[in-house]
Design a protein around this ligand. Structure first.
Ligand code: OAD
Length: 232
């Protein structure tokens, strides 16, 4: 086995072929909505109806989406590889889980609601409304359990430990424009991990990753996973 500790970071690109939109591509989510309006605590304070509508629509879309060959290949890697395989995702959909993998959701999950008064989390209803009542403290303080700009991503201590232990790091379908995830490649290079970027199009990642595999995730990830399993 060439690598005993693999960390895979995924972004919206891995779910694109499952019909879920990416953010920064042409026609991406941020070309249709203002990030400041729907993905910041200030936006939620200003107009909770708009923010709930945005996430209700995304929750509905994600509920009907199926994992594609890339999610399925990563689940196979996690199940069959003799070393450790940790998937860290920036995605708020549950396609890794639907494929049978477990993933660390650093930007939260659409399927949960969070109380901004007491911090309680619960399974989100399909449609959330302004003033959604927390089942724990009963305050009308429910919000989607997603990390917004200006907030600290989840599970960072655990993620940093995995990155420090990694011998192979792959970033799949992410533009590398959002921090701290964009820095992970630099963190793992410091510990000598091999780095691979898998993306539809060439990004400036070439200067930061040792290896780049270009193409649709559903095509490239299964081949990459087969290579790893064949070597193991
Ligand atoms: P982006 O939309 O920024 O980037 C998606 C990347 O996926 C781009 O580099 C595309 O080239 C690539 N891509 C598109 N289709 C692909 C395919 N079929 N196969 C492989 N790659 C493909 O999405 P993220 O990098 O995930 O955060 O964005 C990071 C964060 O920014 C998100 O988690 C979200 C967003 O604002 C918050 O909302 C807090």
């Amino acid at each position: 086995m060439q690598h005993h500790y693999i960390v895979v970071l995924t972004g919206a690109g891995i779910s694109a072929e499952s019909g879920l939109g990416t953010f920064r591509d042409v026609d991406g989510i941020w070309s249709q909505h203002r990030l400041e309006d729907v993905a910041t605590p200030e936006g939620f304070e200003r107009n909770p109806t708009l923010v709930h509508e945005f996430y209700n629509a995304r929750r509905k879309q994600a509920a009907h989406a199926n994992p594609n060959a890339a999610h399925i290949a990563l689940a196979r890697l996690q199940a069959d590889y003799p070393g450790t395989v940790v998937i860290v995702t920036q995605n708020v959909d549950d396609l890794h889980e639907k494929a049978g993998a477990s993933a660390i959701h650093m930007h939260g999950e659409l399927k949960f609601a969070l109380c901004h008064e007491c911090g309680h989390r619960w399974e989100s209803p399909a449609t959330m409304h302004p003033g959604e009542r927390c089942p724990n403290c009963e305050q009308p303080a429910g919000r989607p359990d997603v990390v917004w700009f200006g907030e600290i991503p989840y599970h960072m201590d655990a993620i940093m430990q995995h990155l420090r232990a990694s011998t192979l790091f792959a970033a799949i379908g992410t533009s590398g424009e959002v921090y701290p995830a964009a820095n992970f490649v630099d963190d793992v290079r410091k510990v000598g991990a091999h780095t691979v970027e898998i993306n539809l199009a060439a990004t400036d990642g070439l200067s930061r990753f040792a290896e780049q595999r270009l193409g649709a995730a559903s095509q490239i990830v299964p081949v990459w996973v087969n290579d790893l399993l064949a070597e193991s």
